[in-house]
Structures are given as C-alpha cells and as structure tokens.
Design a protein around this ligand. Structure first.
Ligand SMILES: Cc1cc2nc3c(=O)[nH]c(=O)nc-3n(C[C@H](O)[C@H](O)[C@H](O)COP(=O)(O)OP(=O)(O)OC[C@H]3O[C@@H](n4cnc5c(N)ncnc54)[C@H](O)[C@@H]3O)c2cc1C
Length: 463
C-alpha cells in the first residue's frame, strides 16, 4: 500500500492510548471506516482512528462525509501525477527546495510555468476559469505527490488569495482580465493589508483613497509586504470613508505596482533573506473600475480572503516535506553510539509531531470537503493556522537540534573545490538555522496565533 509519504505501509494511530504503530501492508481499498464527531482533532484523548496514510478511508463530521478510499481511477491518477512530476521537475530545483534554501522568483516561476503548460496550476479553481474539476481525493493526491517530490510552493497571493475574491465579488471585466493572467503567471501579486500600527487591529488602517471623478488618489504606507519587490499587482485595503465605523469605511482595490507614486523598500529578515518590504503610496491614481465590489464593503472581502490565507498557511504539504528531510538527517547523524533515529527521546518527539500532522491533515481535508460542498472556509481556518504553524515550528526546531553545530551556517556556502577540508554543511544537511529562525514568523503572519485564538473563542466556541 502506498502511503502519502511514499512508503509501503499503513498506520494505526490511537491517540492518547498506545501511540502510533506501523502495521503490515493493509488493504489498499475498503479499509475500515473512520468516523469521528469531534471538532478539534488534536484533542488527542478524544480521538481514535484507523488511517492508511494516503488511502484515507471515510470521515464523518456533522453533515459532511468524505469517502477517500482510492478507486482504480484514482490510483491511475496518482500514477499519472507521479510520473508527470518525475519527468518535469528539474532535479536541481527539487534539491534546492529540499535544502530549505531561500527560493528566488525564477525558481517559483519555473515550476508555475511547467504546471500551467500542463493545465495543473490551479486545480482548485472552477473549470470555467481554467481550473480542473478535480475531486477532493484528486487534490489530496496531487498535493501528496508534490510533497514527495519536493516541488517549490507556488506564490499564493494571486492563485489562492486574490483570485477567489475576484471570482466571488469582482466584475465580469475584472474576472476576464485578471484571472487568466494569474493563471499564466503573467501577473504576480502581493498583499497590501498591514500597516505600521495596523496589524492585528487591521480595521484601524489609515491608507486613504479619496474619490476624485473616475479614480481614487491613494496615500499611505503598507508594511511586511511579502514579494512586493517581485509583484506586478497589489491588492490593497484602503480607507474610502474616514467618518464611518472602522470596518465600514474600507474598500478593496487592485493596483498596478508600476503606477507612479509607489515606492518599494526592502526589509531584510532574521534569516538574511529579502522577501518582505515596505510599500509607500504617494498620490497614486487608481481607476475606480479597479475597486472590487462595492465601496465600503472591503472588510467583507478582506475577511473572505483571510479565511483562504489561513487555510493555506497550515502548510500540511510542506510539513510533510520537512518530516522526510528530518528523518533523513536523523538516519545519518550519530547519537549515543548509534544514529539519532534510534534515540528514544528523539523518536518520541518526532512521533508526536507526526501524529499532530496527520490529525491536522484530516482537519484540513474536512475543511476542503466543506468547501467542496459549496461553503467557503469558516472560522475553523483559524484552528488550522494555529496548529499548522506550531507543527512547522516544532519541525524546524527538531531539525535545528538534529543538525547541531553543523546547522549553524545561515545559507548554503559554496565549497571551495581546492580546499582540503570537508564541506561546512554535510550533504544531508541544508539551510537549518535560517529556516528555523524565519519560521518564528509563522505564528505572526496571516494574523497572529493569539488573534486566531480570540477568533476561535468568539466564532467557534461562542465565548
Ligand atoms: C514574515 C511575515 C510576512 C508577512 N507578510 C504580509 C503580507 O504579505 N501582507 C500583509 O499585509 N501583512 C503581512 N505580514 C503582517 C502580519 O499580518 C502582521 O505582522 C500580523 O497581523 C501582526 O500584526 P503586527 O505585526 O502589527 O503585530 P501587533 O498587532 O502589534 O501585535 C503584537 C503582539 O500583540 C499581540 N496582540 C495584539 N492584539 C492582541 C489581542 N487583541 N489579543 C491578544 N494578543 C494581541 C499579537 O498577537 C502579537 O503577539 C507579514 C508578517 C510577517 C512576520
């Protein structure tokens, strides 16, 4: 049986009871059904399930039922995806992703273009806009196969964040113009939400857009704008009515980054890399036809987008990649006369993170199932965001510890071929410290985890 991690195994997990047990090959189909009425999977003591990683069987929650046992067609689809990725993903790109090195615009564009040519760049989009009519299981297979092969993550700002907003609230002209360009990779986007003093309290934002005839005049500043230095377009929250309640005076604009009056300044993060920026707007003219939906309704569209963003930040696919890399390191690194992978304490910590990751995967699938049934991401996306980022941080912490002093160099230094010394970072290592330090930001971006807990308290638990 092929697992999501590519091995031949099935796993029985009994949370809070005996811990994970790796079983012999189980049935590839028709395995026992899994059903749970619980809402939060990582409340371990209340959850017990039988899962075959990659061949998830059945999952009940409220009125949502998922049957993900692989059919023959799905197994054929899995083979097709695996062989496509195997034949088309450049080996050096996969190696760079695996190393944890900072990816450049070209790295991401290369993989985007390969998927675009195949028609697989946005499988979750509706077919009418160029997506694929893939089932939940097919999407799960695609993500799992991508993780196995170390594909680079695509930039989410266009594909996963602004595109659903345009599809749901944009004009026909906006859909016709922007969606194909997002799909092809012609336009890269960035997110202009946060401002100095307006992060968690986003509704206090002060960048203003004054209506002047057929256009707005935008003045203000955004901060922490990821990939703004690469972006062709920015989606921007602006204040169009300074006199109404904070949430009611906000509008959502689509702005060309080449418009005169926009200045981008870099922010170098703790890993030494450049992905963040400040963006300044000085008398920037934005046509009113670039406003999404109604004036003053931007807060509604912004919240819809944040739901999608938080679900994406959960990063199950990337965490699976991190687990694989960590295991490889642990199989190589010495510890206590053997290998680190044999160390009981290390194994226990790794197993705990893996169990949490598996539970998170089910929670994410339940969210996808909810979306498939026509409902957008709900406040549960906050729950995915918190646990997903905690797992990411636990994994980079474990990797950091596993590599020890060999993981201290920030980047991947070039090794002098004439030097009579071993490479500073051994082959199984990679960018450990930079990755570990950068991932401290995961519990801040997309809305800090404290704020997500507040959302859960109010919107999910009704406190
Ligand atoms: C790496 C990175 C990338 C980012 N990319 C983008 C981007 O592309 N576009 C964009 O618009 N923004 C981006 N951000 C900004 C991000 O959304 C904000 O940093 C985040 O919302 C927190 O806001 P803040 O930094 O202003 O912190 P603050 O809001 O000042 O919060 C400071 C601390 O106080 C806590 N706190 C604040 N209010 C409360 C409360 N009511 N209850 C409990 N605790 C509270 C917070 O949890 C946090 O720990 C990015 C941030 C990072 C770190």
């Amino acid at each position: 049986m092929t697992s999501a991690f590519g091995g031949q195994r099935s796993i029985q997990l009994s949370y809070g009871c005996v811990g994970p047990r790796v079983l012999d090959d189980g049935p590839r189909r028709n395995s026992p059904a899994f059903s749970s009425g619980c809402h939060i999977l990582w409340i371990k003591s209340s959850v017990a399930f039988v899962a075959d990683l990659g061949n998830i069987t059945e999952f009940n929650n409220e009125d949502i039922t998922m049957d993900l046992a692989y059919t023959d067609d799905e197994l054929a689809f899995q083979d097709e995806v695996r062989s496509f990725i195997g034949q088309n993903l450049p080996a050096e790109l996969a190696a760079k992703v695996k190393s944890g090195a900072h990816l450049e615009k070209e790295d991401i564009a290369t993989w985007h273009d390969i998927l675009y040519q195949k028609g697989w760049v946005a499988p979750g989009w509706p077919v009418e806009h160029g997506g694929k009519d893939w089932t939940l299981t097919q999407r799960h297979i695609f993500q799992s196969e991508s993780a196995r092969a170390w594909t680079p993550p695509l930039s989410p700002f266009g594909l996963a964040m602004v595109a659903p907003v345009i599809m749901n609230f944009g004009s026909d002209e906006q859909k016709a113009h922007y969606l194909p360009r997002i799909l092809s990779g012609e336009d890269l986007w960035c997110q202009g939400y946060s401002e100095p003093g307006s992060g968690s309290d986003l509704a206090s934002l002060r960048t203003k857009a004054e209506g002047q005839g057929d256009h707005y005049l935008v003045n203000g500043q955004k901060i922490w704008t990821t990939e703004a230095h690469w972006a062709d377009m920015i989606f921007l929250l602006v204040r169009t009515d300074p006199d109404s309640k904070p949430q009611e005076g906000i509008s959502f604009l689509l702005v060309d980054m080449k418009t005169p009056g926009i200045t981008v300044r870099p922010i170098i993060t703790i890993d030494g890399a450049h992905s963040l920026n400040e963006v300044f707007f000085e008398d920037v003219r934005v046509p009113k036809e670039n406003r999404v939906g109604e004036e003053g309704m931007g807060w509604t569209y912004a919240k819809f987008l944040l739901g999608n963003e938080r679900t994406g930040i959960a990063g199950v696919k990337r965490s699976k990649m991190r687990v694989e890399r960590l295991k490889e390191i642990a199989r190589t690194e010495p510890a206590g006369g053997g290998r680190l992978i044999e160390d009981a304490s290390f194994r226990r910590r790794l197993a705990e993170v893996e169990m949490d990751l598996l539970a998170l995967e089910y929670t994410e699938l339940r969210g996808l199932s909810r979306e498939n049934s026509g409902r957008g991401p709900g406040p549960e996306s906050s729950l995915l965001k918190i646990k997903g980022t905690e797992i990411q941080q636990a994994l980079t912490q474990l990797t950091y510890e596993a590599m020890g002093y060999q993981g201290l160099p920030y980047g991947l230094p070039e090794t002098d071929p004439s030097a009579n010394l071993p490479p500073i970072i051994p082959e199984h290592g990679g960018v450990t410290t930079g990755d570990h330090l950068y991932m401290r930001a995961a519990s801040i971006y997309g809305g800090s985890n404290e704020i997500q807990r507040n959302i859960i308290a109010k919107a999910v638990l009704g406190l």
